[in-house]
Design a protein around this ligand. Sequence first.
Ligand code: NAD
Ligand code: ZN
Length: 246
Amino acid sequence: MEDLLKTVANILRSSKNAVVLTGAGISAESGIPTFRGTNGLWKKYRAEDLATPFAFQRNPRLVWEWYAWRMDLISKAKPNPAHITLAEMEKEGIIKAVITQNVDGLHFRAGSKNVIELHGNIWRIKCVNCNWKTVLNSPPSQIPPICEKCGGLMRPDVVWFHEPLPQDALHEAFKLAAQSDVMLIIGTSGVVQPAASLPLITREHGGTLIEINVTDTPLTPICQYTLRGKAGEILPKIHKHLKNTD
Ligand code: NAD
Ligand code: ZN
């Protein structure tokens, strides 16, 4: 493992355009449940049955109760050593950007600047009727929240299953993936499209893929390097090796 960490640090050090793709797993050590794997359930519901436009149409209150619960967890959570190490690596010029599927905003709170949020941000909400947007800093006091402009229903401005991704973010992510010579893939199950295709783009352009995850994923077979373990433990170790040039 020590040798592998050293090799990965050397690859990052000599890279010109390293980018990072993160998923829910990077925030697991901050106490925010992932969608898949253990702790993936809220009450008796699966995320796939709540994070959809149909679920919201059928029962906005239920969907909002779930979001209010997640907002509460996120507001109490702190960036963990994985988020913090990525922010430091950006400052040091080792990584150029973080493309995230997370909606928790923890990369920004850790100090990362160039963050592409593919799936939106849980604190931004928008009206389903007139599209008016606003930003919250705590769970809404009234559930479901109502639009101040038109009285319509407000929803979280996140990407639900069966919905398209924001065009600008998607375009930027594909551009970064094509340009990058190294992609670090951290804590993503690699099954949510189109985010899961980004590593393929990098690989097709000759880039090196490095995965950090507690388990194998569908992306594992295309990664040249796989680091098994928790992101909050592995990233600080890589960072330490980056500083030693032995
Ligand atoms: P996912 O829930 O499908 O998968 C999480 C992955 O993280 C798994 O592969 C798991 O093995 C791995 N993992 C768990 N703990 C880890 C750790 N400590 N270190 C490294 N890896 C770890 O998540 P996904 O791939 O991001 O896709 C699900 C969708 O859910 C995304 O669209 C995302 O928007 C959303 N989501 C976001 C949050 C968040 O913002 N924090 C939380 C849950 C889900
Ligand atoms: Zn409105």
